[in-house]
Design a protein around this ligand. Structure first.
Ligand SMILES: Cc1cc2nc3c(=O)[nH]c(=O)nc-3n(C[C@H](O)[C@H](O)[C@H](O)COP(=O)(O)OP(=O)(O)OC[C@H]3O[C@@H](n4cnc5c(N)ncnc54)[C@H](O)[C@@H]3O)c2cc1C
Length: 507
């Protein structure tokens, strides 16, 4: 799912790529300096002989800052945290490498962070110590006899998609091929399939994990079931480093995929949205969607532009069935841009795919148990029409939940949010060229907008859209499952070896 709303007319992709290049050459940063607050920063770096010892005991390479490839592996997706540089990057090739790296860090008191895809919104896979990078562990195998797919801990979504496409199978997945499967799965895993097939973590049947004491343990229905429970929505980086996952896939079905946009001022976008949201809410579980209300910059507003509505998604069904779902919204206003295709499953995913380059962003999410009321809509559009503006984009977006997600009890997995119809998210993107004043004004706007929408929500937050400014994050992410998660943490990591700013603490 996108951290950036669509603004193709402004060439956003090119703009962000330019920003990324600026940032990586160290010219200017969107914020003066942002370090992912991991609670593990102060340490005495080990001497060169200790690094040589580590390198000698790993089967994968150990990168040091002077190495050619270091910058490539260091850069996180959210460039706000690109300045947090580790002293070393262990490119682990095996679970044993991961164990070696963890034990080395413990012995020498070097902080560390695990990384798979590096897409943590809050930079939680950055560290000043040792980055334990799993990107050499990207295997993916489909077993036709069980319908299970086993992937390495560093697999990206793309690795999984390639394997599933060959097997004409699917799991619940997102749209961005470079997201790490590990972070995605451990935090729940939402995607257009989820209303029909559940969350990705509901499809997780087994895993392998390296724990704080360097042991390689199997997780399954009978092996460490509590730890498997915690891995189904308890969030990445909390209990150990997962080096493999097994998911139960399902047959891929033909789809109708769609991208629609309403850009006209008349009828007013709030009237279209007021008809659209309940129409989508009534759709069958085979329908999955994301709606984005894109704000216009002050200059664009002066030129007559209003909030635009983008709808993207898929339906297990034909175009006629889609038209019926959308009829109530079409009756209020036809979209100005319509792209609808009946297609095979994986061909459809290529149409829906989103592959934006790294950028600067902050997201603030919560859950809705029903479509927004007229009052809430009024509040939302008022805030959207007062966006101060950055060089990138801002929106209020809605990921449609419900269906099979809510058929699972909130205590059955660590993912507690089992009563919602939508995830609502206030998204803000900016560029390296935006000044600190512009950014402050925008961040204040985002926080105030988010606070204004909270009364209409559950006040929970999606743990995979980590929000570093969330104060009550323990309750917001984990709710009534927090106590059990903390007990599991006490058992597997009593000393808090795995820790970061929003890490689960031992009980
Ligand atoms: C462009 C983009 C699109 C996205 N789309 C979706 C979407 O469609 N659906 C959705 O649900 N989410 C989506 N997300 C959110 C995404 O699921 C989370 O950001 C997720 O945590 C990213 O996982 P990662 O492995 O890439 O990140 P990383 O930054 O590598 O890791 C995230 C966290 O998990 C820890 N971790 C990493 N690897 C491991 C491991 N092997 N074992 C244990 N802990 C580990 C890290 O230390 C960190 O705390 C998207 C994010 C972005 C930036």
């Amino acid at each position: 799912m996108a951290p950036v709303p669509q603004r193709t007319h402004l060439g956003r992709r090119r703009f962000l790529a330019g920003s990324a290049a600026l940032a990586l050459t160290g010219c200017r940063f969107g914020f003066p300096e942002e370090v992912a607050s991991s609670g593990q920063e102060a340490f005495a770096p080990p001497g060169e002989s200790a690094w040589r010892h580590l390198a000698a005991n790993l089967s994968g390479p150990l990168l040091r800052p002077h190495d050619f490839d270091f910058a490539k592996f260091n850069a996180p997706y959210n460039l706000r945290y690109a300045r947090t540089r580790p002293h070393g990057i262990a490119l682990c090739a095996t679970s044993k490498d991961v164990a070696t790296a963890i034990l080395w860090c413990r012995e020498l008191r070097v902080p560390f962070a695990a990384r798979s895809g590096g897409h943590s919104y809050a930079g939680y896979s950055t560290t000043r110590g040792l980055l334990i990078d799993l990107s050499m562990m990207r295997s993916a195998h489909f077993d036709p006899s069980t319908g299970g797919v086993r992937i390495g801990g560093g697999a990206r979504n793309q690795d999984l998609y390639d394997t599933l496409e060959r097997a004409n199978a699917a799991i619940t997945h997102g749209r961005c091929p470079s997201v790490g499967a590990a972070g995605f799965l451990l935090g729940g895993g939402i995607g257009f399939n989820m209303r029909e097939h559940g969350l990705a973590c509901d499809q997780l049947v087994a895993s392998e994990m390296v724990t704080a004491d360097g042991k390689i343990v199997a997780l399954g229905a009978t092996d460490n079931p509590d730890l498997l429970w915690a891995c189904r929505g308890g969030g990445g980086g909390n209990f150990g480093i997962n080096t493999a996952f097994t998911l139960q896939a399902f047959p891929a079905q033909p789809l109708t995929v769609f991208k629609l946009r309403w850009t006209a001022r008349s009828p007013a976008p709030e009237s279209v949205f007021a008809a659209l949201m309940p129409a989508l809410d009534r759709a069958p579980d085979g329908f999955g969607s994301r709606v984005s209300l894109g704000a216009a910059t002050p200059a664009e507003r002066s030129a007559g532009k209003d909030v635009t509505i983008s709808l993207i998604g898929q339906l297990t069904g034909n175009r006629k069935a889609l038209d019926e779902i959308l009829a109530a919204a079409y009756a209020v206003g036809r979209p100005q841009h319509i792209d609808i295709r009946e297609t095979g499953y994986w061909q459809g995913q290529k149409f829906l795919e989103e592959n934006d380059p790294p950028g600067y962003f902050q997201e603030r999410s919560t859950f809705l148990v029903r479509p927004l009321s007229a009052q809430a809509l009024g509040v939302a559009f008022e805030w959207l029409r007062h966006w101060p503006g950055t060089g990138a984009a801002a929106d209020l977006r809605f990921f449609q939940t419900g269906g099979r997600i809510n058929a699972v009890a909130p205590t059955a997995t660590a993912f507690v949010h089992r009563d919602s119809r939508w995830i609502m998210d206030v998204g803000l993107n900016w560029t390296a060229a935006d000044s600190p004043i512009v950014l402050r004004r925008n961040r204040e706007w985002q926080d105030a907008f988010y606070q204004a929408m909270l009364p209409f929500s559950t006040r929970g937050a999606y743990q995979n859209f980590v929000d570093p400014s969330l104060e009550n994050w323990q309750q917001a992410y984990y709710g009534s499952n927090l106590a059990r998660l903390r007990r599991i943490k006490s058992r597997v990591d009593p000393g808090g070896v795995f820790r970061f700013a929003q890490g689960i603490q031992p009980a």
